[in-house]
Design a binder for this molecule. Structure first.
Ligand SMILES: [Zn+2]
Ligand SMILES: [Zn+2]
Length: 123
């Protein structure tokens, strides 16, 4: 069994802030982590999850197969670490040290840039 991220196509979500159901709009996608022997089975597993209920309902009302447009990505990073969210997959590890270090570097660089440009400074 491998672990996969399965993603729905991007859709616009309206956060119902006002009484008439209107509010800020976000482009978003639903993502779920599943264990499956291959990508094809991963799609099948994903449409059974509660995370994908909205997507499946949308497809049903549009009469399109729910597997259409789903993106599947291997959870393994290039260094062979699994970065899925499945409990018990990697209970002792936070993730790949190389990727984490790279992430941290990127955040720090972005942070520096923000401060130098004076954008997004917290008061
Ligand atoms: Zn995993
Ligand atoms: Zn890595």
């Amino acid at each position: 069994m491998s672990h996969y991220w399965v993603m729905t196509p991007v859709y616009t979500y309206v956060e119902p802030v006002l009484d008439d159901g209107s509010g800020p709009r976000y482009d978003t996608r639903d993502v779920v982590c599943v264990a499956a022997p291959n990508k094809r089975e991963a799609r099948k597993e994903a449409v059974k999850t509660p995370e994908f209920r909205r997507h499946v309902n949308d497809c049903r009302s549009d009469r399109v197969p729910p597997f259409k447009g789903l993106e599947v990505e291997d959870c393994l990073c290039e260094h062979g670490f699994c970065w899925c969210e499945i409990p018990d997959c990697h209970p002792d590890e936070e993730g790949c040290p190389t990727c984490l270090a790279k992430d941290r570097e990127r955040w720090e660089a972005e942070d520096r840039e923000r401060r130098e440009n004076g954008v997004g400074v917290w008061i």
